[in-house]
Design a protein around this ligand. Structure first.
Ligand code: 5AD
Ligand code: SF4
Length: 466
């Protein structure tokens, strides 16, 4: 498919034809890796339309906020950011320069028209499922129209991706994200994703394989498959059989050049046998698994509608560790969900001790309007949440440090990714996703080399080539 099949050609305005300076876009990204990936796609789509990225918001003809709805008071933070942008727009207008302001991402999807009502500075609102229409939306906004684009047809969701990949590939390094799935049908009672990102949709196998091949040809060595609920991915294999993520990983591992595969984020309910077998049989599937449990208390897990118990989760981790003993576990935790007692919280501390995490993300519960959790009784005091979060993070921090320390003296493969912050150094990734520093003479960017870990720092490991 060529670019113009999905993105209508844009008529170039007269000022561009006359050699006026190119328009600039300032893109601010909040939240998850999915948003980072989407921002890249948006920048690519806009580049095709003559917009160059800028880091300086005051130079931007288009300011685009790619928002996240997961964090506390997300929408309010966007509105206060828009307040600051209003001043900027006024200052530029005083100099005769026009500024378009756009809101994208999950807050755009959730708030829709409301954004235009509350923040008249905004010219366009675009939801994550309609990014393929971004150039047209910007064009309309430039013509003076206020545009809200959040409605979509399911079939539309991934159509635009192959069209954008040529450009996307060029700007990437040796690692890349590849979206294979979007949306979520799990409806955890704290979470907005099923409402903002819609129901689960999987990209077809052929599209994913083709994009992975392009990435490999462009020099990408490590591909991380992305999805809000990535292990719910399913599709029809070339043999006509129903495939899950496990089968897909086996197929992607055959692509020459791709040395490392990862995926994120997973739900415990969707870890099927084929996916566990992939962890056993695929050397290129890295020994790292982000598998959120959220809580260690069955009562809270039930109230969260997680559809699994603490024992289910522990059994699953045992099964995975039985086939891949060196796997590093990562998780998400919420403290202070409505009704969480001291005993419930202690159960979360216990599951953390039982699993031992190499990496983790932890949050205080904060109610999201429109989710069932927000309507529950017995909300927990902020002080209690603070104290629980502190204790939980102290424990997770110790585990993370212990994991890094356990690697000192061991040998591992390192994928060299980019120059280090200090001259003469390069930074790569361990199989367990930690940044590892090595002398630049050890190898070129894109090489996978053997190193021995000499020291564990706070955020990275130091190494010497073997
Ligand atoms: N409050 C606190 N944390 C939340 N998360 C999602 N929604 C909320 C909420 N309302 C956390 C979960 C999820 C991660 C991406 O963000 O732990 O796994
Ligand atoms: Fe949200 Fe993840 Fe639960 Fe889906 S599985 S509702 S994305 S927390």
């Amino acid at each position: 498919m060529e670019l113009n099949d999905t993105i209508a050609p844009i008529e170039r305005p007269a000022d561009e034809a006359a050699g006026a300076p190119p328009r600039k876009v300032f893109l601010k990204t909040y939240g998850c890796q999915m948003n980072v990936y989407d921002s890249q796609r948006m920048a690519d789509a806009l580049a095709a339309d003559g917009y160059q990225p800028t880091e300086a918001i005051e130079d931007a003809d288009l300011v685009l906020l790619n928002t996240c709805h997961i964090r506390e008071k997300a929408a309010e933070k966007v509105y206060s950011e828009l307040g600051r942008i209003r001043q900027l727009k006024a200052d530029r207008a005083a100099e005769g320069r026009e500024t378009l302001v756009g809101v994208a991402g999950c807050v755009a999807q959730a708030e829709g028209d409301e954004i235009l009502r509350r923040a008249p500075v905004v010219d366009l609102v675009i939801g994550p499922q309609t990014y393929h229409r971004l150039p047209q939306v910007v064009r309309k906004a430039r013509a003076g129209e206020k545009v809200v684009e959040t409605e979509y047809a399911i079939e539309d969701k991934f159509d635009h991706l192959p069209a954008l990949r040529e450009k996307a590939v060029r700007s990437r390094g040796v690692t890349a994200f590849l979206t294979v799935q979007e949306g979520c049908d799990k409806f955890c009672t704290f979470c907005v994703v099923p409402y903002t990102r819609g129901s689960e949709v999987s990209r077809p196998v052929a599209q994913i394989v083709a994009e992975a091949q392009r990435l490999a040809e462009a020099g990408v060595r490590e591909v991380t498959l992305l999805g809000q609920n990535v292990n719910a991915w399913h599709g029809e294999g070339p043999d006509g059989a129903e495939w899950g993520l496990g089968q897909l990983l086996f197929r992607l591992a055959e692509i020459p050049g791709i040395a490392r595969l990862r995926y994120t984020t997973s739900h415990p309910r969707d870890m099927d046998d084929a996916l566990i077998a992939a962890h056993r049989d695929l050397p290129s599937l890295m020994p790292y698994l982000h598998l959120p449990v959220q809580s260690g208390s069955d009562a809270i897990l039930k109230a969260m509608n997680r559809k699994h118990t603490a024992a289910d989760y522990l059994r699953l981790v045992d099964r995975i560790r039985a086939v891949r003993p060196d796997i590093a576990m990562s998780g998400d935790f919420i403290v202070g969900f409505p009704g969480e007692t001291d005993e419930d919280f202690e159960a979360t501390m216990q599951i953390i001790r039982d699993v031992s995490y190499a990496q983790a993300f932890s949050f205080k519960y904060s109610p999201r309007p429109g989710t069932p959790g927000a309507d529950l009784a017995f909300h927990i005091d902020e002080d209690v949440k603070d104290e629980r979060l502190q204790r939980l993070q102290a424990l997770l921090g110790e585990q993370q440090k212990a994991f890094a320390a356990s690697l000192v003296g061991t040998q591992m493969d390192l994928l060299i990714e980019k120059p280090g912050r200090n001259t003469g150094q390069r930074v790569g990734r361990s199989p367990w996703l930690q940044p590892v520093i090595v002398d630049e003479k050890a190898g070129e960017i894109g090489d996978i080399i053997k190193v021995r870990i000499t020291k564990a720092g706070t955020n990275s490991l130091f190494s010497e080539p073997v």
